[in-house]
Design a protein around this ligand. Structure first.
Ligand code: ATP
Length: 581
């Protein structure tokens, strides 16, 4: 892959488009020279009386006509330039965002454990935006200017190499200053980016935790952490702008010194009789004209030089290995087997699941119970391959889940989490997420079976009511019923219920129990429930403690065993008699 392509993480098409953008920009520069040439001819013609000549009006009219033609050419070139640089680079960054988002979707959950959300958002939005800006506003312009300046340099040197040298000698010097000092402002930029990430993390935490912050009177404490982060970001932004500004301004001053140098050398040559007045004047006009775009490039060059930080971050993200597997394997049987499974969340952490062997027969209801932190949710996450086991294997219908593409595996599973995620969309669309091909009738039937119709009919626009961000207008029980409706619509053969009935009032719980009964008929069901009475009728109950299977059997068998399950069950029975005095 060419260096420039990899430096910008461009697709093959993006790289081809970048070359076209450079060509278009160069063409625009040359078209601008055309009008400049006409203007110079006009000046030469107008000052003829100074040297005893006369102005030819025929020639002047011709120049006016040429001026109009060149304006037309400039318009066409700039239009082409705009299309090739801006439109194409925005398309390329859209592609980049989509491919990063798709890549993220396939990453193991361990990746999200190690990264915080604001860092991923920065990758997706800011880093791509930086790259997009450099691609559209910097690279084509710098490359095209390098080409056109070299051409002008050669042309002017052909007329007078001494004047050409005085005009262009400061260009490499000015660029040199920016390139050599890049380490300095690059470091400032890195620090500023880190402060920005920290600040956006703080903002996110502050907003997400606003309820707790208010409830626990943490306003002062949390707000001062946020204020500190924002203040650090501001301080580093100023330092970065100042640090970069010093070198950019320095480089611009050095470049502008070229105007003085050209005038000085020109005057010297003029007094020595080595150049005529008019050519000398033309050189001065040219130097003033061509320095304009170079001054802009000098200001943009630091962005070009430190944009690699953004690209490197995107590269690092894209290099994280996604979870792979077959998307073709047809699962026909849904027995789930754990064979000596070990699992730990962090490489250097403790094992959460230890040497676990268990069978979940197809079409049965298996309840996972155990004290808090015993690994119940972890078991359900491993079945769905949110994480990969570190030892042993998990099979579904005899197929190792590690060999299955996670999205393909997910098509066989429905989830009902306690923590239901709802989107800022209509109720109808939120249910339809379960099966995007479902008809309106099917969506409504699923909502009915999940006992959602009762609260949906009370909503102002029924199924078309907008839910607001994360369905904040719904109660816990209503959210859960919506999530059951989604699962019903998906109609997957394996159903994972994670604490679906915890913390609900009796009426909501009754509704949810009915909804769940409709959902689980004939499916392989794994249910995690803290309220043991709700899983009394499960086909088997697996009791976990510290990541190990401690007991296994039906409710009656386990109560008779008199072990951990019996103890947990007795405690809960006692708690039913508790009341607040
Ligand atoms: P609870 O009943 O309280 O929900 P649980 O039995 O479902 O608990 P798990 O959520 O599976 O327990 O957690 C088992 C252990 O794994 C706990 O010690 C927990 O701290 C740890 N753990 C859970 N999720 C993660 C994670 N993403 N990263 C690191 N450790 C985790």
């Amino acid at each position: 892959m060419p260096k420039l392509q990899s430096a910008f993480m461009l697709t093959d098409k993006g790289y081809r488009d970048m070359k076209k953008a450079i060509a278009a920009c160069t063409l625009s520069n040359f078209s601008l020279m055309l009008s400049f040439g006409v203007m110079i001819q006009l000046v030469v013609e107008l000052i003829k009386p100074l040297s005893g000549g006369t102005v030819s009006w025929n020639f002047m009219w011709l120049l006016f006509a040429l001026g109009i033609v060149s304006a037309g050419i400039i318009f066409l070139c700039l239009k082409n330039d705009y299309k090739k640089t801006y439109v194409v680079s925005y398309m390329e960054s859209e592609n980049a965002r989509v491919s990063i988002a798709e890549h993220i979707r396939k990453l193991p959950m361990s990746f999200f454990n190690a990264k915080d959300l604001s860092e991923i958002t920065t990758n997706l939005m800011e880093d791509v935006a930086t790259s997009e800006h450099v691609l559209s506003h910097v690279v084509p312009q710098i490359a095209a200017n390098a080409i056109s300046i070299t051409a002008i340099c050669l042309m002017t040197a052909f007329f007078d190499w001494r004047m050409a040298l005085s005009m262009f000698i400061t260009v490499p010097l000015a660029f040199g200053i920016i390139v050599v000092s890049r380490r300095f402002y690059g470091r400032l930029h890195e620090k500023h980016m880190a402060a920005k990430l920290a600040a956006s993390g703080q903002v996110q935490e502050y907003i997400e935790g606003i309820k707790v912050i208010r409830a626990c009177n943490l306003d002062g404490e949390k707000f001062s952490a946020l204020e500190d982060a924002l203040r650090t970001m501001k301080r580093l932004a100023i330092a970065m702008e100042f640090g970069t500004g010093v070198f950019v301004t320095g480089a611009q001053v050095v470049l502008q010194a070229g105007i003085g140098l050209t005038v000085l050398v020109g005057t010297n040559l003029l007094t020595g009789g080595k150049i005529e007045f008019i050519p000398m004047l033309l050189f001065v006009l040219i130097v003033v004209r061509i320095y304009g775009p170079i001054l802009t490039e000098l200001a943009l060059l630091p962005e070009f030089l430190y944009h690699r930080i953004a690209v490197n971050r995107m590269k690092t993200l894209m290099e994280v290995q996604p979870m792979e597997g077959s998307g073709e394997t047809d699962l026909r049987d849904f027995d789930i087997e754990f064979e000596n499974v070990d699992f730990q969340y962090n490489q250097d952490g403790e094992e959460t699941i230890r040497d676990m062997t268990l069978s979940i027969p197809a079409g049965s209801i298996t309840a996972l119970v155990g004290p808090s932190g015993s690994g119940k949710s972890t078991v359900s996450r491993l079945i769905a391959r949110f994480w990969d086991v570190t030892g042993g294997r998990i099979t579904i219908g005899g197929v190792d889940v590690k060999t299955l593409d996670p999205e393909h595996l997910m098509s066989y599973m429905s989830f009902v989490f306690q923590d239901v995620v709802l989107f800022n969309d209509t109720i109808y669309n939120n249910i339809r997420i379960g099966n995007m091909n479902a008809s309106r009738e099917e969506v409504m039937a699923a909502a009915k079976a999940a006992r959602c119709d009762e609260f949906i009919s009370r909503m102002p626009d029924g199924y078309d009511t907008l839910l607001g961000e994360n369905g904040s207008t719904l109660s816990g029980g209503e959210r859960q019923r919506l999530s059951i409706a989604r699962a019903l619509l998906k109609d997957a053969p394996v159903v994972l219920l994670d604490e679906a009935t915890a913390s609900l009032d009796p009426e909501s719980e009754a509704y949810i129990q009915q909804a769940i009964s409709n959902l689980i008929g004939g499916k392989t069901v794994i249910v995690i429930a803290h309220r043991l009475r709700t899983i009394k009728n499960a086909d088997q109950i697996i009791v976990l403690d510290q990541g190990r299977v401690m007991e296994q059997g039906t409710h009656d068998e386990l109560v008779a065993l008199g072990g951990l399950y019996h103890r947990l069950y007795s405690i809960q029975q006692e708690s039913l008699g508790w009341s607040v005095r």
